[in-house]
Design a protein around this ligand. Structure first.
Ligand code: PEP
Ligand code: MG
Length: 880
């Protein structure tokens, strides 16, 4: 196996093997761009090293060969005392993991070669000693785990002794003394001297880069970003070029387009007489890239030409790192650049417009997650408010409100009609009520998988977490010497992670305005329009919505919904109708029951008229009632207390006592696994019949008006075909009677949401016109996770432990729950080839899950109205 590739041997499609950096350095080399010579050690070598703790056989020899070739090209030998070749040893994985892994610069410097470097630099001793002390520091820290603070403390001391504020005030002699001091620190911590053999330095640095794949922060980052743990990193060994050799040298970064807006132009920063790490460390202020035109017009022209070439070649926005060494331009890195959600859409559409890429390609370059981001309202930052602090944007949105520091206060103030932001060091399950009451959540600790982040995303609440500069006390926080007390208004941006003092005005999303049918003139909206159009033309999955009111249905239709996939009829029984349902459930006699049903029928019918009207000509799936029963009954505890108190006073009402008996009788330990769904229909006579009658009558009424209602009746929680058969028989009779002669057609189908239903789908298909997968319950019952409790209770820990990378309630668990769906789809269709298949759990609007449903061959997904555009886009992406 070949473990080492010269830059002239690789190309950009070898990312998996050479890492992103290595593959792109190779590509630029092939394009004839000025890349310093070098070679890449493959990710497979890293995998072997990590598996066995030793370099694979043959690697050392290959490296020797490539180093010899590199030395020949450069006309210098590594670490040669008179005229040293120096190299950087850089990590580079297939996925970008910014700042996660290690890099060592100036490898090859020793007590001897530092003099040679000074001679090379025209007698610049200062530069040579500065380079050497940087190597000892970086090597010590990353290769040998010497605490970085010891080096920084020594540097501070040296500056203090000199009365200097800046490293630049230290002269050659100071830096030489500092290098000696660093060597002593190194020896003290490692027990041996700083290695003086350049080859040894290189080998140790490479192995350290390999090991940095498993550094704690890298492991955590991968888990959060769902990057597989076993890929390993490549290592790039690159001849050093120096941007810190004087005024005619420097270093910079550039983008071929604006990564924030997508606009074409020249974007970037330049820092004269500096090395890349100085830019990152923010030691001195950079100047805009345009300044380079004045400083070094030749390099500037060359850079622009290279940028144009790269963009034409990659057919996408590229970002670039470059160095100028004494007027000579060198390319150190390029990659297809990260960008904001808005820029992603604009750039994709622009490149189509410019004829650079096809619409299919454009579609693959944007994502549903980006579209969802663009649909949140945002802060209007035109007044350029200064951020108080910045944390991690954990759950998108823009929220302003009064700061509160306990969940109780959040609940109290919210109940009084105030908008509040709950500020906590970190949250735990006891904060749940406060998190629900708050408009936004801000924490000082924890990352994207902390309790706060996970729960906030689950509830769609704006959240910034890990704002670690906050010092939080019982009733205030301080940051940067400023104090925010309870009641002070703050604003949190869950996308950028920024926190502002005061209320920042909120702007509605122009993308939502566009979906609502308003005219919006903007390049972003044009781009979204283009890409959505192509997604719609391409996708095979239809997209429906989950809606229970005419209003929601109408909005979803404007957003592109092609029908209703789930109307949860129990939602229609809340509010003042709850009492009617209570009467029905507790009815002691047939007359009482029939009275309650007769009162409900016209109300239900009117609901369905609204829905069918809003979805005229499109299918509307109405699910028969499916509540966990306790949702409709008075609370057992409250009732028991009332009765006991009354009894104490000798004022017992027989009605209340009877009610208590009934509620006690029906009380369930696990209501979610109790008398719900089809079970309710089979136990309470007349309930389903009333609903079916209301559906059929509403349809007949609209058909009479000349509309085209298309009802589909759906039975929930079926686990056995017998259940469905019985309900179906009853439904068919009523439907036949009501729709006779009206031309209305009614389908009858079932949800597949109990594992047993999925496993006996072949039987169930006999009695169903369609299946709709209820992935919420299927996940709940498949995993045995109570869907209402686990996210707040312990999922954050599961995520932290990496048991799953994302909640299975958020994104479909392909291996387990997904397997149930696959089995049911296959066995259902084997019995009934034209069986219509859809999904109506929350997963119907989750980008990853949409791809899965496409693969399994479903006919449609159904999701909440705001997710409809996201699902349309992802269904299109799944099909290209
Ligand atoms: C489901 O279980 O996925 C579903 C859509 O039904 P509900 O969420 O109402 O239980
Ligand atoms: Mg369900």
């Amino acid at each position: 196996e070949k473990y080492v590739y010269d830059f002239s041997e690789g190309h950009k499609d070898l990312k998996e093997l050479l890492g992103g950096k290595g593959a792109n350095l190779a590509e630029m080399t092939r394009l004839g761009l000025p890349v310093p010579a070098g070679f890449t050690v493959t990710t497979r070598a890293c995998q072997a090293y990590l598996a066995t703790g030793a370099n694979p056989a043959g690697l050392a020899e290959e490296i020797d060969e490539h180093l010899a070739a590199l030395e020949a090209t450069m006309g210098r030998r590594l670490g040669d005392p008179d005229d040293p070749l120096l190299v950087s040893v850089r990590s580079g994985a297939a996925f970008s993991m910014p700042g996660m892994m290690e890099t060592v610069l100036n490898v090859g410097l020793t007590d001897a070669s530092v003099e040679g470097l000074a001679a090379q630099a025209g007698g610049d001793d200062r530069f040579a000693w500065d380079s050497y002390r940087r190597l000892i520091q970086m090597f010590g820290k990353t290769v040998c785990d010497v605490p970085g603070e010891d080096f920084s403390a020594a540097l501070e001391e040296a500056k203090k002794a000199k009365g200097a504020t800046d490293d630049l005030h230290l002269d050659a002699a100071d830096l030489k003394a500092l290098a000696d001091r660093y060597k002593r620190i190194f020896a003290k911590h490692t027990g041996y001297d700083f290695p003086q053999d350049p080859r040894e330095q290189m080998r140790l640095a490479m192995e350290a880069v390999f090991r940095s794949w498993n550094a704690e922060r890298a492991v955590l980052y991968r888990r959060q970003e769902r990057i597989p743990a076993d890929l390993g990193t490549a290592v790039n060994v690159v001849a050093m070029v120096f941007g810190n050799l004087g005024a005619d040298s420097g270093t910079g970064v550039a983008f071929t387009r604006d990564p924030a807006s997508g606009a074409q132009g020249i974007y970037g920063d330049y820092l004269a007489n500096a090395q890349g790490e100085d830019v990152v460390a923010g030691i001195r202020n950079t100047v805009p890239l345009e300044e380079l035109e004045r400083l070094d017009p030749r390099s500037y022209e060359e850079l622009l030409a290279i940028m144009a070439k790269l963009e034409g070649h990659y057919r996408d926005l590229c970002d670039i790192e470059f160095t100028i060494e004494r007027g000579k331009l060198w390319m150190l890195q390029t990659r297809v650049g990260k960008r904001t959600a808005g820029a992603a859409f604009r750039i994709a559409a622009q490149l189509v417009h410019e004829g650079m890429i096809s619409l299919d390609e454009a579609l693959s370059r944007v994502s549903g997650a980006q579209l969802a981001q663009l649909m949140f309202p945002r802060f209007d930052l035109s007044a350029e408010p200064a951020a108080l602090t910045t944390g991690i944007g954990a759950s998108p949105g823009a929220a302003s409100g009064k700061a509160v520091f306990t969940a109780e206060r959040a609940v109290e103030l919210a109940a009084a009609g105030e908008d509040v932001i709950l500020v906590r060091r970190e949250t735990n399950p006891e904060d749940l009520a406060g998190m629900i009451a708050a408009r936004g959540i801000l924490t000082a600790r924890g990352g994207k998988t902390s309790h706060a982040a996970v729960v906030a995303r689950g509830m769609g609440r704006t959240c910034v977490c890990g704002a670690d500069q906050l010092e939080i006390a019982a009733d205030r926080f301080t940051v940067d010497g400023r104090t925010v007390e309870e009641g002070h208004v703050i604003s949190v941006d869950g996308t950028s992670g920024r926190v502002y003092l005061g209320a920042v005005p909120v702007r509605p999303s122009e993308v939502v305005q566009y979906f609502e049918g308003e005219r919006v003139e903007s390049t972003l909206v044009e781009a979204v329009h283009t890409l959505m159009g192509h997604a719609d033309a391409t996708r095979r999955l239809a997209v429906r919505t989950n809606a229970d009111t005419g209003e929601d249905a109408a909005r979803a239709r404007r957003f592109g919904a092609e029908g209703i996939g789930l109307c949860r009829t129990e939602h229609m029984f809340l509010g003042d109708r709850k009492e009617l349902v209570e009467r029905l459930i507790l009815a002691g006699t047939e007359t009482a029951r029939n009275d309650a049903l007769a009162a409900l029928l016209p109300l239900q019918r009117a609901d369905f008229v609204d829905l069918f009207r809003a979805m005229d000509g499109l299918p509307v799936t109405v699910r028969l009632i499916d509540p966990p029963l306790h949702e409709f009954l008075p609370s057992l505890e409250e009732l028991a207390v009332n009765v006991a108190v009354a009894r104490e006073r000798g004022e017992e009402h027989s009605e209340e006592a009877q009610l208590l008996d009934a509620v006690r009788r029906m009380h369930e330990q696990n209501p979610m696994l109790g008398l719900r769904g089809v079970r309710l229909g089979l136990v309470i006579p007349g309930l389903f019949a009333m609903q079916v009658r209301a559906i059929a009558e509403a349809a007949v009424q609209l058909a009479a008006e000349g509309l085209d209602p298309r009802p589909e009746i759906m039975v929930p929680l079926v686990g056995a075909v017998q259940e469905l058969e019985m309900v179906r028989q009853e439904c068919e009779q009523i439907v036949a009677e009501v729709v006779a002669g009206s031309g209305v057609e009614v389908l009858i189908g079932t949800m597949i949401e109990v594992p047993r239903a999925a496993l006996t789908a072949g039987q169930i298909a006999e009695a169903a016109d369609f299946f709709s997968f209820g992935t919420n319950d299927l996940t709940q019952m498949g995993w045995g996770f109570s869907r209402d409790d686990v996210e707040g209770a312990f999922f954050w820990r599961y995520l932290e432990l990496g048991i799953f990378g994302i909640s299975p309630f958020e994104s479909i668990d392909r291996d387990g729950v997904g397997r149930l769906i696959r089995i049911a789809a296959e066995e259902g269709r084997a019995v009934k080839p034209r069986l219509k298949l859809g999904v109506c759990g929350e997963h119907g609007g989750d980008p990853e899950s949409v791809h899965f449903f496409h693969e399994v061959g479903l006919d449609y997904v159904s999701c909440s109205p705001f997710r409809v555009p996201v699902a349309r886009l992802e269904a299109g992406r799944a099909a290209v």
